[in-house]
Ligand binder design. Sequence first.
Ligand code: FES
Ligand SMILES: [Fe+2]
Length: 448
Amino acid sequence: MIPAHIYNDKELFALEKERLFSRAWTFVAHESEIPQEGDYVVRRVLDDSFIITRDSAGDVRAMFNMCLHRGMQVCRAEMGNASNFRCPYHGWTYRNDGRLTGLPFHRDAYGGDEGFAKNQTLLPAPKLSSYNGLLFISMDPGAEPLQDFLGDFKFYLDFYTKQSTGGLELRGPQRWRIKANWKIGAENFAGDMYHTPHTHASIVEIGLFREPKAQKRKDGATYWAHRGGGTTYKLPPGGFDERMRYVGYPDDMIGRIKKLWTPRQQQIVGEDGFMISAATCFPNLSFVHNWPKVHDRNGRNDGVLPFISIRLWQPISEHETEVCSWFAVDSAAPPQYKQDSYKAYLMCFGSTGMFEQDDVENWVSLTTTAGGSMARRLLLNSRMGLLLDDRPVVEALSAESFHGPGRAQVGYNENNQRELLKLWADYLQMPRPALTAAAPATGTAVTE
Ligand code: FES
Ligand SMILES: [Fe+2]
């Protein structure tokens, strides 16, 4: 049972800032967003702004976007390409690797190199690491390695992010704010198969999507593995290739995927008959893989085509979230596929997406209601899939019927939402990591 006020509570939000986002690995960008030397994007982890650059030596860095002089935000553009960043306030200049290189009136104001040697850099993010091109920051210098943090969830991340050796390319993000708590989106993408037939009924009615009929959705499985979990759809009979074609992958993509996915990853599709759909990586990174109808023709796959979206639920306050929504596609995919897949994404998700509009109406309303005093007297029922004595309604799938790590089960349940909130509660009970103020040092960003 979940106290209803956790979806709109100022004190809890302060605790999330202090204990969760100060520690957990948080997604900030994908390496393909900064392919060339000098490319940068500016991203935030809650209130902290970072310049994510590929410096002139080709290394990826995350630098705290605060001038070493009086603290102005050094880079105010959202993305671009620059060899230097010049602070708008008094004009201190930094190389794209963070080194301070220029101060106006260096000799007159500071006594030249003798008075101020300029051997300083913008403060690096405490920790920066990547998996399949996904860049994560941790604000905790003592954070466990990203690979360990993700753990078995990496198995599932690969389905979205590793379809050729070149990896993903991204478009976006589209950014917008919703008056909803960040945890609701994270929970929804982690495991809410139950809302699809109801909330998104009109999408099935107009024929955009053939899958989310109530009967079909409940045949899918949900899985949870360490720091993340998600939903799947049950596929019709067939082998790996047939089933990949069923959701609309062209043969050349299937060929590349087969070379990269491990036998176990391929067994999920080819033997077990499940196709991954939405997922959440704790705390606030979600993925979606769907296959709506983008063509009217009734070809061998009914005109459906898959798309992948990566989304970040960036907390603004206890009742507001900035959604960052990227379209992601395999870099080696054929140009026509990329175009059609982008169209598929835009119809379903992003600021124009129909799924998006349906979902957010619920989330905003829920958040508003959770902010009142009555919500403090209510425990929400999050027990789906559990009997009164806590035994599961449906047993977990065996290792032979679901080849992925973690726990998986068929049918409607709220196991993943509970797992996500369990992790959340664990973090809220840990003390915040120690903060030490450091004088800007010479040297390079701390990366793994
Ligand atoms: S605050 Fe940046 S140069 Fe003064
Ligand atoms: Fe939805």
